[in-house]
Design a protein around this ligand. Structure first.
Ligand SMILES: Nc1ncnc2c1ncn2[C@@H]1O[C@H](COP(=O)(O)OP(=O)(O)OP(=O)(O)O)[C@@H](O)[C@H]1O
Ligand SMILES: [Mg+2]
Length: 242
């Protein structure tokens, strides 16, 4: 069984006067352990698709099976539970709490899952911070960390509940190219050593080149879905040349 199965998914934003078709009949399957880059021009529906996959948003039509469970018929609470258990998110602007330490930021999602003692939470948070290479930064606040280190804290926070999928919307968008490469290497390592499924929305060609599969969106539709980066790039460039 596929980890993710979208069937004829559409997302229409009804603005009264106009309807925006952000996704038009997207069907795709994602298997456990894949590493996917989601690319396309601005407004093509990448964030809408990511928010759908991440159970933050619901399609207006179609079916979304995540691990065999139909997400479309779930209410907000049910989707929140699935998110906390199965999905880890990282964002372009890191979304860390500024007045708390790296350790406390990473511990936060553990408050909402199965009950753990304070000691168990500390141990688990230290374990993931060590894993992302921040074993010497537990007590630093975000403002005392570099952008790349802040994104590592965010990745640690995303991993703390052992999700099966790690998702990011432009996770390297605020990082310089060297730091981006380090963060990309970390995603790759997590995918390879821990078999975490990675799905990243990106404009960064380095991410797309590093992924194992690239999905290209245009006007809310998948126009290329390929393991050959050159093909994905051709589809994107054809778009840019129009
Ligand atoms: N809440 C909303 N209400 C109405 N229209 C929306 C809403 N969110 C997105 N849209 C529209 O849906 C389309 C897809 O938007 P989306 O944010 O998914 O694009 P994107 O590919 O992520 O773009 P970018 O690269 O600029 O982030 C756009 O036309 C956008 O204007
Ligand atoms: Mg977007």
């Amino acid at each position: 069984m596929a980890l993710i199965e979208l069937r004829d998914v559409r997302r229409v934003y009804d603005l009264g006067e106009v309807q925006v078709h952000a996704l038009r009949t997207v069907s795709l399957e994602i298997q456990r352990g894949e590493y996917i880059a989601l690319v396309g021009p601005s407004g093509s529906g990448k964030s809408t698709l990511m928010n759908t996959l991440g159970c933050l948003d619901r399609p207006t039509h179609g079916s979304y099976l995540l691990d065999g469970q139909e997400i479309v018929s779930m209410n907000r609470d049910q989707r929140a539970r699935i998110r906390n258990k199965q999905l880890g998110f990282v964002f372009q602007n890191f979304n860390l709490l500024n007045r708390t330490s790296a350790l406390e930021n990473v511990e936060l999602p553990l408050m909402y899952g199965p009950r753990l003692s304070a000691r168990q939470r500390h141990d688990r948070a230290r374990e993931v911070l060590d894993q992302v290479g921040l074993g010497d930064r537990y007590h630093h606040h975000p403002s005392q960390l570099s952008g790349g280190q802040q994104q590592r804290v965010a990745i640690a926070r995303a991993l703390v509940n052992r999700p099966s999928i790690l998702m990011g919307d432009e996770p390297t968008g605020n990082l310089d190219s060297q730091t981006s490469r380090e963060v990309i290497a970390l995603f790759r390592e997590l995918n390879e050593t821990q078999k975490i499924t990675v799905i990243l929305v990106t404009h960064d060609p380095n991410i797309a080149r590093n992924s194992k599969r690239t999905i290209v969106l245009r006007d809310g539709q998948v126009v290329a879905d390929t393991t050959d980066f050159a093909k994905a790039k051709a589809a994107l460039d054809a778009e840019a040349g129009e």
